[in-house]
Write a protein that binds this ligand. Structure first.
Ligand SMILES: [Zn+2]
Ligand SMILES: [Zn+2]
Length: 391
């Protein structure tokens, strides 16, 4: 067994305890107060240079390497997200949530345990680190997004971050596998609200009304034409209307209809083109029907794009951790991640750690859980990456 593997192994129970402690106290976006305090307490035991209260509950811990070239070396950031979800836990685990109606159903408790575990392990190997490591814990990944305000608060500066790493526990990938892919891994993700206003009246007399329900139906169909007719068939995009509200009775044409939805794409140029493309269709249809509209289009997260060199290096490190047969190029997903904001500014890589078992619950499900062995794999991979990048 390598020195690294045996060091990770020696912290097995501590890493699991981190996860259990955090799993018990889930907190949603921008309310991660107890979570942040727990992480701070653990990192302060390692003597890291801490900065707290970033973008409310975000924090960073800086570890300075003690290798001969440490002073002039590079800085690696390893990132975890801290927020949980408004889900009532049904796992029955001994460390189940003690916060009613809230649950770490996206594995962010595991992400934090892994990054804290990597700090524990690397703290014993500082003489091999020719550079610095910034361990970063951010709020609100599940939205509205904590990465952007963390960056605006300067987490990528002083010292300037050269490389960024992060990982997500991933049930769509078989347990024991590590998924690494260069280029697009996760999609850009936006949100929009649309109100269509007509003129209400009797359902039997549509000619005296401007029907926003009928107009909304045409708009929904029209928006699907963006993905099917405007986009290249080999560049995947999604427009989903997830919510539609209007009307109160079968025989009354209402005044307004409200819709909400999301768009997805892997392509930065398409990403920035959504509002204009959507408005063109909505405007055309509404005008033709005599209806009015108001569109509130909110850009969410950019696409998560992995740097080719970093993905290559991560792949080599992953092979050393789990063996070649367990390293795979995962299918990208139209889900979004605000890790993408760091990857826009810094060479980096976001990695999937397989937790998939037959019949296992998906992310965001009240029964979501994973075999904690994956946490040790994640810690070792982060540490291996750090030792390689800062050799
Ligand atoms: Zn999630
Ligand atoms: Zn997540």
């Amino acid at each position: 067994m390598s020195v690294l593997k045996s060091t990770v192994e020696s912290y097995r129970s501590t890493i699991f305890e981190y996860r259990h402690a955090l799993h018990r106290i889930p907190e949603t976006a921008f309310s991660e107060r107890r979570t942040s305090a727990f992480v701070e307490e653990q990192l302060s035991k390692l003597g890291l240079e801490l900065e707290t209260g970033i973008a409310q509950y975000g924090l960073t811990g800086l570890m300075r390497g003690e290798g001969p070239g440490a002073k002039d070396g590079k800085t690696l950031m390893i990132r975890a997200d801290m927020d949980a979800l408004a889900v009532t836990e049904e796992t029955g685990l001994p460390w189940a949530s003690t916060h009613e109606g809230l649950m770490h159903a996206c594995g962010h408790d595991g992400h934090m345990a892994m990054v804290m575990g990597a700090a524990l392990v690397l703290n014993t190997m500082k003489d091999r680190l020719n550079g610095r490591i910034k361990f970063l814990f951010q709020p609100a990944e599940e939205g509205p997004g904590g990465a952007k305000p963390m960056i605006e608060a300067g987490v990528l500066d002083n010292p300037r971050v050269d490389y960024a790493l992060g990982a997500h526990l991933w049930p769509a990938l078989e347990q024991g596998k590590i998924g690494i892919k260069e280029g697009p891994l996760m999609a850009a993700m936006d949100f929009f609200e649309l109100t269509i206003s007509g003129k209400g009246g009797h359902g039997a007399m549509p000619h005296l009304c401007i029907d926003p329900v009928d107009t909304a139906a045409q708009v929904i169909n029209g928006l699907q034409r963006i993905t099917s007719r405007q986009m290249s068939p080999i560049s995947p995009t999604v427009v989903t209307i997830g919510s539609i509200h209007g009307g109160s009775s079968y025989n009354i044409i209402p005044d307004t209809v409200q819709l909400q939805g999301t768009t997805r794409t892997f392509d930065r140029d398409i990403w920035v083109s959504w509002p204009q493309r959507m408005e063109q269709i909505i405007k055309g249809i509404c005008e033709s029907m005599g209806a009015e509209y108001s569109l509130n289009y909110q850009p969410g997260y950019p696409p998560t794009l992995n740097d080719a060199e970093m993905a290559e290096l991560a792949g080599q490190c992953a092979i050393r951790v789990v063996g070649e047969e367990h390293v795979t190029s995962p299918e990208p997903t139209m889900g979004g991640e605000d890790m993408s904001f760091y990857l826009e500014k810094t060479k980096g890589c976001f990695i999937f750690l397989g937790t998939g078992r037959p019949g296992c619950a998906p992310l965001h499900n009240s029964s979501f859980d994973f075999d904690e062995e994956v946490l040790l794999t994640g810690v070792e991979l982060f540490a291996e990456m750090a030792l390689t990048l800062l050799r």
